[in-house]
Design a protein around this ligand. Structure first.
Ligand code: CAA
Length: 263
């Protein structure tokens, strides 16, 4: 597949999608969003992909938000289409059965932060900056910022960022819990790939079950969440990965996970 606005590369089961409109700081226009949706769908349908990494080209930005030149021309109905198109690919990211890491190398603003927050976790370079600046455009976030940011950092902290549109640096994002790890810019991808490789070596079935238990569990009460976990645990026991993992431990060897159900 060849694209104009993204680059897709796969190495050893790790696929990287790089947002590639550096002249516009990788802002999300309709064409980029359509290509991103196509690439995410391809990842969803490819069993060989074990981990997805998202990053931005050009060294200055992850994604500086939705493309404001396009936004400025939208009427109410078109705005709904534009938002739904972006939101559906962002939701698809959260539903992927594999881990998704955002490698934030620069500006992650508006829709850029919203994409990063929809990933399982974020690693950032010291040069990264985060914010939901939509209020300065007379708008509000449209790709989940009013919902995901408060769930990650709490309502009061999120409201301060949402009401002011203030941009924060990587270290503050780390302190707030938006980001898991901050590295030197030149070390970012190596760190991300090291963690991606670690996860890619785990069992497909248990990775998917873990992701689903966390994601579904966050939206329900604790008792229901614990039930989700119990069912997911039992399902894992039916996998060849559970058989292989427990056998490997007892036989004092490294597990080689294949990701199937017990035959
Ligand atoms: N849309 C379209 N173009 C953008 C853009 C965006 N979101 N962000 C940057 N660009 C373009 C600039 O217009 C500029 O293009 P030209 O060279 O043709 O003038 C180019 O990228 C470089 O940007 P700057 O010259 O502005 O670079 P800077 O270093 O001075 O500033 C910045 C960087 C602070 C990120 C600044 O570009 C900026 O504030 N960008 C807008 C950020 C923003 O408001 N994002 C939210 C968008 S709305 C949204 O995302 C809604 C939603 O939730 C779905």
């Amino acid at each position: 597949m060849s694209f104009n606005n993204i680059i897709v590369e796969s190495v050893e089961g790790i696929t990287t999608i790089t947002f590639n409109r550096p002249k516009a700081l990788n802002a999300l226009n309709s064409e980029l969003l359509a290509e991103f949706a196509q690439a995410v769908e391809a990842v969803a349908n490819d069993e060989a992909v074990r981990v997805l990494v998202l990053t931005g080209a050009g060294g200055k930005a992850f994604v500086a938000g939705a493309d404001i030149t396009e936004l400025a021309k939208l009427d109410t109905l078109k705005a709904k289409v534009f938002i739904n198109r972006g939101l559906s690919v962002i939701n698809r990211l959260t539903e992927l059965p594999i881990p998704v890491i955002a490698a934030v190398n620069g500006f992650a603003l508006g829709g850029g932060l919203e994409i990063a927050m929809a990933c399982d976790f974020i690693y950032a370079s010291e040069a990264a900056a985060f914010g939901q600046p939509e209020i300065k455009l007379g708008l509000i976030p449209g790709y989940g910022g009013t919902q995901r940011l408060p769930r990650i950092i709490g309502a009061a902290r999120a409201k301060e960022l949402l009401y002011t549109g203030r941009m924060i640096k990587a270290q503050e994002a780390l302190a707030l819990g938006i980001v898991n790890r901050v590295t030197a810019p030149e070390a970012l991808m190596a760190q991300v790939m090291a963690t991606a490789r670690e996860m890619a070596g785990m069992g497909r079935v248990s990775l998917r079950a873990t992701k689903q238990a966390v994601n579904f569990g966050l939206n329900v009460d604790l008792a229901t969440g614990l039930r989700i976990e119990t069912d997911a645990f039992a399902l894992c026991m039916a996998s060849s990965d559970a058989k292989e993992g427990t056998s490997a431990f007892l036989e004092k060897r490294k597990a080689a996970f294949k990701g199937g159900l017990l035959q």
